[in-house]
Design a protein around this ligand. Sequence first.
Ligand code: AMP
Length: 500
Amino acid sequence: MEKFRELGIIEPILISIKEEGFKKPTEIQEKSIPLILAGKDVIACSATGSGKTLAFASAIIKNAEKGRGIGSLVLTPTRELAEQVAKTLEMFSKHKPLEIAAVYGGLSINPQITRLRSADVVVGTPGRILDHMNRGTLNLQNVKILVLDEADRMLDMGFIDDVRKIIRECPMKRQTLLFSATITPEVAHLISKHIKNPIEVSAESYVNPEKLPQVYYDSQDNLKFSLLVHLLKHEKTELVMVFCNTRRNTDFVAKNLKFAGIDAMAIHGGFSQEKRNFVMGRFHSKSAHVLVCTDVAARGLDIPGISHIYNYDIPKDSKEYIHRIGRTARAGKEGKVINIVASRDYENFSRVLHDDNLKISKETTPLVERVVVKLAESPRGFHRRFGGISRGFNREPMGNRNRETGRFNKGYGQSGRSFGGTNRGDNRGYGRTTNRFPNGERFGRQGRSGGFKRDGGGYSRDSGGNRRVGERNRGNSNRQFRGTGGRPSRYGRSRRFGGR
Ligand code: AMP
């Protein structure tokens, strides 16, 4: 406790820290709290999980004067992070009670208006904060501390104009604290415009790779889901997060895990706020053990007890990868990261591996029992993609149905070729794969039997970095099932990846 006291943290917070059982400050706390408490503007480079909330909470709670208007404003990129930061602030201010209002979209505005009238601290997402400002229900004239949490994420998500408007509404004489995992050019620009002479501190990523074994399994395309089920059933875990790159895949995986008898729940940006809160509640209370999610939905979440992170889809680069793995091995607890790599992940995976700090070792892929997927009610695009039969859908293709994905192989009966094998790139060059990870190790099956090849031909990219094939055919999705004889259609994957 002495170490926390030496940083200048006030007594009521120290009591909460003791109650939480924290033994010593984290690196970012050690480096930033003395500066923050001295009233400096601080730029802190640190990821979620580094203990950054306590760093800014120490000043917010110390300076708060009850009943004197909104003294501090914290901007967060997501609703979940806003909720989480508000809860953490409540926890640290238990012995100096404050009115903390969490303000974000997706929930009814009236209760928020009522709370804002008596709030000492406001935590919220830029869109809803701006909404309140425009309605005249949020007065920022007394703000003394402005915190921009996960600034890189906030700007990545397109909030720059909103953030600027909000900053301009705060008094010039204030303390500004900016937390960001990376200082991107956009973040640097924001800093140069709105923060005067800040002091920069940074902490190593809190994810300690020694504490966090990271492995990958090279999977046949059409056994990916089966391998996931196998691993989930055989690895001993606490809570598990399974990451997918798209909402559609998230739904697909969660639904079929449930069918396979695994207590999984999905969360993504397409859900209403009530539903997101409900899912998070189930996961927090451990009544569901597997959370299948997109990056956006999981951003900044701090859920104790996550032991395993699965990348069912490999993220587009190492930055996103580090954000994902930061969900486990938090505050010194051990975890494990499992990557399931099939041919459609090769490009992303080689980008992830370009980060020298990441050590991901190869595991022998076990023999797995094929899991037949079932699909529940699904949106139109979902049916099209997975070959579901719905009203108005009567273009049954020729060929075999891939039992895992439900897609049709159009005359390509051999498994191993079918998943995503309907684009130009995958159909060329059977027989030789020359993929190598940066360390020189080869990946993918070699030789004729594997039948897949990483190839840049015939696709472009969506915002998530996913391959989108058949872009040319956008707007005429029916064509994807037009008979192509024994030749695979190159249109098969159009519209395959939805938004996050
Ligand atoms: P944050 O980066 O603020 O989201 O914090 C991540 C997690 O670390 C939270 O669960 C905190 O309760 C926990 N935490 C924060 N500071 C410490 C500390 N000094 N020692 C142990 N755990 C901490």
